[in-house]
Design a protein around this ligand. Structure first.
Ligand SMILES: *[C@@H]1O[C@H](CO)[C@@H](O)[C@H](O)[C@H]1NC(C)=O
Ligand SMILES: *[C@@H]1O[C@H](CO)[C@@H](O)[C@H](O)[C@H]1NC(C)=O
Ligand SMILES: *[C@@H]1O[C@H](CO)[C@@H](O)[C@H](O)[C@H]1NC(C)=O
Ligand SMILES: *[C@@H]1O[C@H](CO)[C@@H](O)[C@H](O)[C@H]1NC(C)=O
Ligand SMILES: *[C@@H]1O[C@H](CO)[C@@H](O)[C@H](O)[C@H]1NC(C)=O
Length: 507
């Protein structure tokens, strides 16, 4: 079988060798307006993990964004303005700017004729794309009104249904529209291994898997940047750290500078970054330092879609524009044998955790539960002869405390092993919470409740447990890494998170 993470053959020019060709591009719609959506039909309310993006399209947070939609929308402003992106402009300044643009286009001193024509053609395409996106929003909004536990759309592979979804019908509609329309342009600048490459194994493998899958270009990729809905900045933070970080220095400026240089190159060479101030661009990283790296470019941090494993809201993760994606520890680079587990009756242990003493949450957990209770199996090192995998498959609940970062590969390990994940974290937005209803297939224990873990888990009735476990099996497909990717798997779900955030931006 072909490895999903075989080395990319797509090569590109050396970043540094690019002369900074300044295009005389004039942006037609410099404005980025965001319409964030109010809480949609909640199949269940779970305050710990509210849906970052919701399904009832219709109420927009910023009243001015309605002006750019052809659809009829109720006139109200349900979100506080501070939930909008910082660079949103009002309708008035937008029109002012548009006026400026038009006059600049007509001023021969400002731009050459050829560039003008190119730009006008480009603007026309952009407008057309935005119109089709408006139609998509409308169709998803209609789909969201069907509050059915089963999607009513036909699908040869899989029909989303049940309480694991916030709204199966809206998700399905959105997914089908993504397959039809989503187009990603990958900047070609930059050389592997820092760019266009990433790890296939290890705790950070999700980063490499996604980069390689995108680079292969079989799915969603377009070579024509004028056709794209989003633009990918293909650097790997894991590889940047490996090549530019001096171990022990705790100093990541060299890594940050590389990203600053990269954005400078693509924003000088291409018109797309300036046009949206990065809002239709995305980066992805599974490394703990993904968020810190992005902070070196303020527009990247503030405007772009950052796809991060370390989805820590205290570190600036903004669930409305950033996307959380799963950390998956692929020790051998392969998932063969990882997926599946025995039935609940063959799981003698109530709860299980094994891992190093990383961070204060684990400290609390180990201090309270290590060697304390037969039911709650907590180790910082497993005894000889007992395998980690064995324990995952013999436990009813698998504890997933944050370590040095909020995400833990244990969440996906639990889901693969059909063990109900117990998330113990603060400020963590779990993956795909825009469409998945985590409460239906996991348990969330607050850090202050660590001493009560046994009590909390024992309180869950056998019937409830069987339901949770059955749903873990149902949700598995969304976390599985396939080579090549299959519909609704981890790759496509991550793309869907990006798609959904792009839909929320009007450029
Ligand atoms: C907007 O919402 C507020 C609060 O829910 C309500 O009082 C007000 O009447 C609404 N305005 C319009 C124009 O619907
Ligand atoms: C929010 O919007 C209202 C009405 O448009 C405005 O008066 C207020 O100053 C805004 N608040 C902030 C924090 O921008
Ligand atoms: C809900 O789903 C069921 C099963 O697919 C279907 O029979 C029913 O007509 C649906 N209800 C609505 C309102 O679409
Ligand atoms: C984008 O903006 C930067 C900084 O304002 C500028 O240096 C660059 O030339 C612009 N890019 C294009 C393609 O116009
Ligand atoms: C989340 O971010 C905050 C702020 O930087 C930090 O104090 C906290 O330790 C982070 N959480 C984890 C689990 O790393």
């Amino acid at each position: 079988m072909r490895s999903p993470c075989s080395p990319s053959t797509l090569s590109s020019s050396l970043l540094g060798s690019y002369s900074l060709v300044v295009s005389s591009f004039v942006s037609p719609l410099i404005v980025v307006s965001v319409f964030l959506l109010t809480v949609g039909p909640q199949l269940s309310s779970w305050s710990s993990f509210p849906s970052p993006v919701t399904w009832r399209f219709g109420y927009f947070s910023c009243s001015h964004s309605r002006a750019f939609l052809s659809e009829e929308t109720p006139s109200n402003c349900t979100f506080a303005n501070d939930s909008c992106r910082n660079d949103i402009e009002t309708k008035e300044t937008f029109q002012q700017r548009q006026g400026q643009v038009i006059s600049r286009v007509n001023d021969p001193k400002d731009v050459t004729l050829g560039a003008k024509r190119r730009d006008m053609k480009r603007d026309g395409k952009l407008e057309k794309r935005e119109v089709s996106l408006a139609r998509v929003r409308s169709s998803i909004r209609k789909a969201a009104q069907i509050r059915n536990f089963t999607s009513v759309h036909e699908d040869p592979d899989y029909v989303p249904q049940g309480p694991i979804y916030r709204n199966p019908n809206a998700f399905h509609r959105s997914y089908l529209e993504m397959e039809r329309l989503f187009k990603i342009y990958i900047y070609e600048e930059g050389e592997p291994p820092l760019f266009h490459d990433g790890p296939c194994k290890s705790i950070y493998s999700s980063e490499g898997r996604l980069i390689h899958e995108l680079e292969k270009g079989k799915l969603y990729r377009t070579k024509n940047p004028d056709e794209a809905l989003v633009y990918f900045l293909p650097f790997s933070v894991v590889n940047l750290v490996e090549h530019l970080y001096a171990p022990g220095s705790h100093e990541i400026n060299a890594i940050g500078r590389m990203v600053v240089d990269y954005v400078n190159v693509i924003s000088s060479k291409h018109p797309f970054w300036n046009r949206s101030l990065g809002a239709d661009h995305f980066m992805l990283s599974c490394h703990d330092w993904g968020p810190r790296t992005s902070s070196y470019v303020p527009d990247l941090f503030r405007n772009s879609i950052r796809v991060l494993c370390n989805a820590n809201t205290s570190e600036g993760f903004n669930p409305r524009k950033d996307a959380s994606f799963p950390e998956i520890h692929l020790r051998t680079g392969d998932i063969t044998g990882l997926v599946g587990g025995p039935s609940p009756s063959k799981r003698p242990f109530l709860a299980f955790f094994a891992g190093r003493l990383h961070g204060h949450i684990r400290h609390l957990l180990l201090e309270r539960w290590k060697d304390k209770d037969q039911d709650v199996q907590v180790y910082n090192q497993l005894p000889n002869g007992i395998s980690y995998d064995y324990m995952l498959k013999r436990s009813r609940f698998c504890l997933c405390p944050s370590g040095y970062e909020v995400a833990s590969p244990r969440v996906v390990e639990a889901i693969y092993s059909e063990c109900v994940p117990v998330l113990i974290s603060e400020g963590y937005v779990p993956p795909f919470s825009d469409v998945l209803n985590w409460k239906a297939f996991s348990v969330h224990v607050e850090v202050k409740d660590i001493p009560r873990i046994k009590e909390i888990l024992m309180d869950i009735s056998q019937r409830q447990y069987l339901r949770l476990q059955r749903r873990v099996k149902q949700v598995q497909r969304h976390f599985v890494v396939n080579g090549p990717s299959k519909r609704f798997d981890m790759f496509h779900m991550t793309m869907h998170s990006i798609w959904l955030r792009r839909l929320n931006v009007h450029i």
